[in-house]
Design a protein around this ligand. Structure first.
Ligand SMILES: *Cc1c(COP(=O)(O)O)cnc(C)c1O
Length: 385
């Protein structure tokens, strides 16, 4: 057996790195803003960003917000969702916090082993006379079973809202992911594929919602003195919109580089026993937001948690998204739907998946080295034993 000498990476590598435009280009836009003295409230940069994002996402309608969480909170409010919402425990806390801020009760549905998305086959059995919506998440950019979800929603007259925070650019058979359901939220946080430092948007098919959403994010105002809704402040300012306009120009190239990186990961990981790559679905275009693997402890010879810790010694900082499950929050734990026996797959997956370093500037040589380390770690450990 060949013993490869494994040394730590020279620089620490994290799961992501924000996509940043040329500072000169940002400065030019700042000059425009300074000259106009219009720094927030739907100024010129905001209008341009709306136009560019509409094109990029092939959106029928879009509203932009100061972050994805507020977009989701106000989206649920605009759709007048009441009572119970069927959702997934395997997501970022913000999904459930948007449910809570609307005074809604979540009903947790288990997830699919393959995609880690809500298991559409189990939704129907969770519907009660209080159910008014399905809030699904396109986890790691892989789309949910949008057809099945819509069929159920039509049958029971439910709203469908997608948390598409990871799905910027995801397509289903060349159709934009946000064309499905009543509404899709995108996050433009620094760690997301496309960022406005902080920011978010809602894309929706019903144009009548535009006026309501624009009012909700601006204190419920209509005109300058009439308050028609209990809104809040969730506007994106001109500075961030300007940065977003420059970041958007870099997204296509970033996606291409991530596609290359993904291929190198796949090539170098596929022969390792007990490692499954999550982010590959046939016939669908992923957003390339994350690169995630699943570890089968028995076959790989080591648990996910152990690997996560070991990798740190090599300067590789992975993330255990989405640990803990949202159904484990102290304020939800006692719900019937949050019980372990109802969410077996979610409990299993959350222990086994690991997000790997994934961003355009990551060198292919570094990716190969990370894969070699993943291959070697359990071998070395068994030698020590
Ligand atoms: C990032 C993220 C959010 C929150 O978006 P913000 O823009 O940070 O508020 C919501 N849901 C998921 C799944 C996310 O990953």
């Amino acid at each position: 057996m060949i013993i490869i000498s494994l040394t730590a990476l020279e620089e620490p590598v994290h799961v992501t790195r924000p996509l940043l435009p040329d500072i000169e280009k940002v400065s030019n836009r700042m000059k425009e803003i300074w000259e106009s003295r219009w720094i927030t409230n739907n100024g010129d940069q905001h209008k341009q960003l709306e136009k560019e994002l509409t094109k990029h996402l092939r959106a029928k309608n879009i509203s932009i917000f100061s972050n994805g969480t507020l977009a989701l909170i106000l989206g649920l409010k605009a759709l007048e969702v009441k009572g119970e919402v069927i959702t997934t425990p395997f997501t970022f806390p913000a999904t459930l916090q948007a449910v809570d801020w609307n005074g809604l009760t979540p009903v947790f549905c288990d997830i699919e082993k393959e995609t880690l998305n809500i298991d559409a086959n189990q939704i129907e059995s969770l519907i009660t006379n209080k159910t008014s919506a399905i809030l699904a998440v396109h986890v790691f950019g892989n789309p949910c079973d949008v057809k099945k979800i819509q069929t159920i929603a039509d049958k029971y007259n439910l709203r469908v809202i997608y948390d598409g925070a990871h799905a910027f650019g995801t397509q289903i058979k060349w159709r934009s992911v946000s064309s499905f359901g009543d509404m899709t939220m995108f996050s433009f946080h620094a760690t997301k594929l496309f960022n406005t430092v902080e920011g978010g948007a809602l894309v929706y098919n019903n144009e009548n919602l535009k006026e309501k959403l624009e009012s909700l994010k601006n204190f419920g105002l209509r005109g300058s003195e009439e308050v028609i809704l209990s809104g809040m402040n969730a506007k994106l300012n001109e500075i961030q919109a300007a940065i977003g306009l420059e970041v958007l120009k870099l997204v296509e190239n970033e996606r291409k580089r991530r596609e290359e990186i993904k291929k190198v990961y796949e090539e170098n990981l596929k022969s390792i026993d007990g490692i499954r790559i999550i982010t590959t679905l046939e016939g669908e275009n992923n957003s390339f937001q994350y690169f995630v693997i699943e570890i089968d402890e028995e076959k790989y010879g080591m648990s996910r948690d152990y690997l996560h810790e070991e990798l740190k010694k090599y300067n590789i900082f992975t993330r255990r998204y989405f640990n803990p499950l949202c159904s484990e929050f102290s304020w939800y734990r006692d719900l019937e739907s949050a019980k372990y026996q109802n969410l077996k797959q979610a409990h299993k997956s959350v222990k086994n998946v690991l997000s790997m370093p994934f961003y355009g500037d990551l060198q292919l040589e570094t990716v190969k080295k990370i894969c070699r380390i993943i291959r070697e770690i359990p071998v070395r450990l068994s030698r020590i034993k």
